[in-house]
Design a protein around this ligand. Structure first.
Ligand code: IMP
Length: 427
């Protein structure tokens, strides 16, 4: 069983890519399974900096094939910019494959994203304005454009002639915005088609061939479980399925090939955008953690909301994803915080709740129940062996394991690849 699913939680930005990068060293393939260029991260290796939005960071390993899977929506212009920047930074993209089944973010999608957010007023979601929601909506409505359409420009033109009037009607009549023309989009996309052609393929035979040979495949999710369209804090979610189930569908792999589902959780919690956040810290400590942890969105630059570790949402994530191991990231950011708190459940309308509630209003207004643990003052960034962590830090990690019901196999204490403690079985 060669598959490893890497799922994030609760609301993303927990450093999945560092962990995927670490695992990719021993993997033949990495498949990015969902999301779009709403995600972003920087990888520093060998003194060089590489920025990623869509391409799996595994591309930096010379023998790893990296696939942008069918569950992704991508803006071809953003993908081309990313390709150019990576090549300029010295990356070799010979092993990049873009699925012809992936959907494209069309020029009207970011525009509609912005208007829809404005129309929501006080109930806005805080989207990244990248057009991700509108692109996935069109996929579901079966009026989306797939990457493979770039190889069939006549077909693309015919479909535009049908789809564009639907989009322009909304833009012009509802929002008073200028319309898009078939000619301009066709010209733009003809250029993209020529420049992306070498990467576009059906990854099905590659993925199945790798599985048949027993090669290691990592499914790289984006965002996190609580942003999942079905399982998250709807409507304050993204429009895809960051959960383990979504990873399988988004990569075209069946569950029997999965050996490990690795949950990547941050030692505290962050969230960008609006929506319930029961362990949020709105005080000076929250601001301090934001600075120490550099909690600013890589795609939008927005400051992230910061809070305590929420064991109730983490346990929920472990259960709905079938997580069997956890990589706990950014433990070093909690150095010097005393006590450290863990949210262990909620009280909503006087009733104790052990897991996140489907009712979003109850989630917004619930009271969080906390457990306090002793903090540690010694810096952890240089620790490489679990036994050398300060005793209270180990106590924190082990309490998290007990509360969420899965072992912590990796502890990350800094952004560098080396700043990772891999725990031997049995601690
Ligand atoms: P959208 O995905 O741009 O539609 O945004 C929907 C919600 O998901 C917003 O709250 C975003 O802030 C959040 N979101 C989208 N992508 C990411 C990500 O990569 N990290 C964290 N939050 C994200």
């Amino acid at each position: 069983m060669p598959g490893v699913i890497c799922v994030g939680g609760p609301w993303g930005d927990e450093g999945k890519v560092k962990i995927v990068d670490l695992l990719a060293e021993s993997a033949e393939m990495v498949v990015r399974s969902q999301g779009g260029n709403n995600a972003g991260h920087t990888v520093v290796t060998g003194g060089r900096e590489f920025r990623f939005n869509l391409i799996p960071a595994g591309i930096l390993h010379p023998r790893t094939t990296c696939v942008i899977g069918n569950g992704v929506v991508l803006d071809p212009r953003v993908l081309l910019d990313e390709i150019e920047a990576l090549v300029a930074a010295g990356a070799d993209l010979a092993n990049l494959v873009v699925s012809e089944r992936a959907h494209m973010i069309m020029p009207y999608h970011p525009v509609l994203d912005r208007y829809e957010e404005e129309a929501r007023g006080d109930d806005r979601l805080g989207t990244t304005f990248r057009g991700v929601g509108p692109a996935y909506s069109d996929k579901v409505r079966r009026i989306g454009f797939r990457v493979g359409d770039l190889g069939k420009l006549r077909f693309l033109e015919k479909k535009l002639a049908f789809v564009l009037p639907l989009k322009n009607a909304v833009l012009e009549r509802l929002h008073g915005a200028p319309p898009f023309t078939v000619e301009a989009i066709l010209e733009e996309f003809t250029g993209y088609a020529a420049r992306l052609a070498r990467y576009i393929r059906d990854p099905f035979p590659l993925v199945q061939g790798a599985l048949a040979r027993g090669e290691r495949i990592i499914l790289e999710g984006a965002q996190g479980t609580m942003l999942d369209l079905d399982l998250g804090t709807y409507p304050y979610v993204t429009s895809s399925y960051p959960s383990a189930g979504g990873a399988l569908a988004g990569a075209g792999i069946g569950p029997r090939h999965v050996e490990t589902t690795l949950g990547v959780l941050k030692a505290y919690t962050t969230r960008v955008g609006y929506g319930p956040f029961p362990t949020e810290l709105e005080d000076g400590l929250g601001a301090r953690l934001r600075e120490v942890g550099r909690e600013y969105g890589t795609t939008t630059g927005r400051p992230r909301r910061v809070g305590w570790f929420d064991a109730a949402v983490a346990r929920y994530g472990v259960q709905v994803n079938g997580i069997d191991a956890i990589a706990l990231t950014k433990l070093d950011v909690l150095d010097g915080v005393d006590p450290v708190r863990i949210g262990i459940g909620y009280r909503s309308k006087g009733v104790a709740q052990a897991h996140p509630m489907a009712n979003i209003s109850h989630m917004k207004h619930c009271e969080t129940v906390y457990e306090d643990l002793p903090g540690w003052s010694a810096p952890t960034a240089d620790v490489r062996r679990y036994a050398e962590l300060p005793a209270p830090a180990r106590g924190y990690v082990e309490r998290i394991e007990d509360l969420v019901g899965a072992p912590v196999t990796h502890v990350s204490v800094g952004p560098d690849r080396e700043q990772t403690i891999v725990r031997a079985a049995g601690r």
